[in-house]
Design a protein around this ligand. Structure first.
Ligand code: BDR
Ligand code: CA
Length: 305
């Protein structure tokens, strides 16, 4: 059983990642922490609470950072809509509320009391994790693994930078260099976890409240990916992290050096992935580069059933 804190900015694929974790008996969600990313943190927190309510998931939700460490805020309404979760019918005001404790303090407290058992799963900008490391550096000895969605060898926000890393590259630099084992799901692999008409049909044939919610999320997400990128399907980026924690055999990995660009005029937020080992530097990341499409979707569909 993996004990995880999901640090997220829901977000269509963040929501699906929470759903996958909630239905797995291999994952225990210690809490959900929220961060500004796809939309403002007020909205990502509300969305996390809405997803918990829909699932009947009774876990603490802690609200986190409202802005990146250094840069001004940037959001992604073209992809996720104004609410961050446009598409499905959502409870306007969920009954569940966030806990009083700030996400950064929640992460520190849980990690310190856990004795090396907590895995952090960031699927948004890395602001909360970096702040937690800055505030209580001893947590790095006690974090089991950081399994994150971010980066890649190409970009989706700039030509070279992926959204989560670009939004707070200074935070990413802290996290990638903190010494905790980092497993990275970047665009190279998440663009293989894509919706197709056949997959949407398979989801349509499942008749549960949650599957209807996921179908509506995916229909909207597929539409915006078509409008913005001209794609025929939408990548379910964030769910790769949880899929890995449930069944590592879905993915293939390489150990590589990854450095974060924080100064480049054109390349701010780029993950410099040294796949050919040209730097000769010690690898700091387990880099996922491919996945088994059918295995990935069978896992997701089984959660919806
Ligand atoms: C990442 O950015 C967000 O829009 C998604 O939720 C995902 O975490 C993909 O670049
Ligand atoms: Ca996300």
């Amino acid at each position: 059983m993996r004990r995880v804190i999901i640090d997220c900015d829901p977000g269509h694929d963040d929501a699906i990642s929470i759903i996958l974790a909630a239905y797995s008996d291999r994952i225990h969600i210690e809490g959900i922490t929220t961060v500004a990313g796809n939309v403002e943190v007020e909205k990502t927190t509300l969305n996390a609470l809405r997803v918990c309510e829909l699932l009947g998931l009774d876990v603490p939700v802690a609200r986190g950072a409202e802005q990146p460490l250094v840069k001004t805020r940037e959001f992604a309404p073209d992809i996720h809509g104004d609410s961050g979760l446009d598409g499905p019918q959502l409870p306007e005001v969920p009954k569940k509320t966030a806990i009083e404790q700030h996400a950064v303090d929640f992460i520190i407290e849980k990690v310190l009391e856990s004795d090396g058992e907590i895995t952090l799963v960031p699927t948004g900008p890395l602001t909360n994790i970096a702040l937690a490391i800055q505030k209580e550096p001893t947590i790095v000895e006690k974090i089991k693994e950081i399994v994150l969605m971010g980066g890649g060898t190409f970009g989706n926000w700039t030509p070279t930078a992926e959204f989560n890393i670009y939004v707070d590259a200074e935070a990413a630099e802290i996290v990638f260099n903190c010494g905790v084992p980092v497993t990275m799901f970047g665009l190279d692999v998440t663009h293989q976890a894509i919706t197709t008409p056949a997959i949407l049909d398979r989801i349509n044939s499942i008749e549960t409240g949650v599957s209807e919610f996921v179908r509506d999320l995916l229909v909207y997400f597929t539409k915006t990916y078509k409008e913005v990128f001209g794609f025929e399907g939408a990548p379910i980026h964030d769910a790769c992290t949880i899929a890995y924690l449930i069944d590592e055999s879905i993915f293939e990995f390489e150990k590589v050096r990854v450095d974060i660009e924080t100064k480049g005029e054109y390349t701010y937020g780029t993950t410099c992935v040294d796949r050919l080992h040209v730097t000769g530097r010690e690898p700091n990341v387990k880099f996922a580069h491919s996945l088994d499409f059918e295995k990935f979707w069978v896992l997701l569909l089984s959660a919806l059933k």
